[in-house]
Design a protein around this ligand. Structure first.
Ligand code: SF4
Length: 442
């Protein structure tokens, strides 16, 4: 147990990660040594930043808290704090159920943790944070919360209403991150397309993305978590005309059956969904779409599921994730619908859908063989440099593996290279460098 050392453990999504990075920076400014390694905690203080999105995530958060409680009871830890979505959602219950934790904070009041450690909050370091990602990319959170009312979703209950960050503030953060060596920006929000409505009374995502793309030093901007209804069409032009805006969109579509969409309260129809995808592909040549789908929503029939499979086969998403419906207390669905699709049917549908996508992904990967793509190198792993193209977001999408054995030209982490794709497997691509494009702007 190292003195004056704090382990920050982050669970859940990249939005949580940004909060942890801000906390890490504040702790460092107060003279603490910090680590961000859940596998190997070593400090006398631990802070767990939890996720409370769905059942599995909640379980993981609670198990992690309990592991650290054990460490405290065995004398391997002096103080334990918990923050994030789970404690925002279940603060009172957790205080009663897990008294070994010194203090629970919600999602937005973690700054009080510093005061409880007897340390000040350093306002002068403002938007600075300690990046936990490789230094060439960073997540950029442009808003908090969500104003939509999707029936199954607990996020608005946890994070509250949509709050956009002022555009100036975001652009200043981008400039600061560029000065720290960041080249690639993973723009994140619960609901990307709503950006600006609260603050500027209109959707402003297109203007924001264009301003970020124009900051000198920004090489790639990647957009995550769009909602399909009232999609801001000016974003198509911005994506098409700015070469450094990745031709990539993470847009959760959830389902395609009209009756399921209606009960999900998604305010979009099957026909409108197909039309949006078609428009995307027409307006933004080369666009790669990632989506998330849900199986087993209350009342989902075999016929609904058949429609969903047909949707996946027809659209051929570049990347797709899926999950089984989990009833979340407090949501519209939990209060109005019976969770009537048996767990084994949900699992079977999930497996079937993922099987279809696996075949599609493998075919789409194979179609890239022989092409030369611009790749950023993230890290070295075993015998390979691991990189990504503009069509791949970190952690979730395919990677490009480039041999780094003896006799191979050494590559630089965080640099761009033109890579010829030589083969693919079910998920990843393999390639060889044909030229260094690190100095060439996109
Ligand atoms: S738009 Fe996304 S975050 Fe908002 S309620 Fe719907 S699913 Fe939840």
């Amino acid at each position: 147990m190292k003195r004056n050392t704090v382990d920050v453990i982050t669970l859940g999504c990249s939005k949580n990660l940004v909060d942890s990075e801000k906390l890490l920076r504040q702790l460092q400014a107060n003279g603490y040594r910090v680590t961000h390694d859940s596998e190997d905690p070593e400090g006398e203080i631990a802070v767990i930043n939890t996720c409370g999105f769905i059942g599995d995530a909640k379980e993981e958060s609670i198990n992690t808290i309990l592991e650290f409680c054990e460490a405290k009871e065995e004398g391997r830890l002096r103080r334990l704090y918990v923050m994030g979505c789970l404690s925002e959602r279940y603060l009172k219950e957790l205080q009663v159920e897990i008294p070994q934790v010194d203090k629970f904070y919600g999602k937005f009041d973690w700054e009080a943790l510093l005061a409880d450690l007897g340390k000040p909050y350093h306002t002068e370091i403002g938007r600075e944070r300690s990046l936990t990602t490789p230094s060439h990319y960073a997540y950029l959170k442009i808003s908090e919360g969500c104003d939509r009312k999707c029936a199954y979703c607990a996020i608005p209950i946890i994070t509250g209403r949509h709050v956009s960050r002022p555009m100036e503030d975001i652009v200043e953060e981008v400039k600061w991150l560029v000065s720290q060596g960041v080249k690639e920006f993973q723009v994140i929000a619960q609901e990307l397309t709503y950006y600006g409505v609260d603050l500027y009374k209109e959707q402003k995502i297109a203007e924001l993305v264009e301003r970020i793309a124009h900051v000198e030093g920004v090489e790639w901007v990647r957009l995550h978590y769009a909602y399909p209804t009232h999609f801001p069409e000016d974003l198509f032009r911005v994506m098409r005309e700015n070469a450094n805006v990745c031709k990539y969109m993470d847009i959760a579509l959830q389902h395609i059956s009209d009756s399921v969409l209606e009960r999900m309260r998604r305010h979009i129809t099957k026909e409108e969904t197909y039309a949006l995808i078609e428009k995307f592909r027409r307006e933004v040549p080369g666009i790669h779409l990632r989506t998330t789908l849900m199986v087993g929503f209350p009342g989902e029939t075999e016929a609904d599921f058949e429609e969903l499979k047909e949707f996946v086969r027809r659209v051929r998403f570049d990347r797709m994730g899926a999950f089984a419906y989990s009833e979340e207390e407090g949501t519209y669905a939990a209060e109005h619908y019976k969770d009537d699709v048996p767990a084994e049917v949900k699992q079977q549908r999930l497996d079937e859908l993922m099987d279809i996508q696996e075949g599609i992904s493998a075919e789409l990967g194979m179609a890239k063989v022989g092409k030369t793509l611009k790749v950023i190198i993230d890290r070295i792993e075993g015998e390979y440099y691991i990189g990504r193209t503009e069509y791949d977001s970190p952690e979730v999408d395919p990677e490009v593996l480039i041999a780094c054995g003896e006799g191979e030209t050494p590559l630089q982490i965080g640099a761009f290279y033109d890579v010829e794709i030589t083969s693919s497997d079910d998920f990843d691509l393999y390639g060889t460098v044909v030229s260094d494009s690190s100095q060439v702007s996109v």
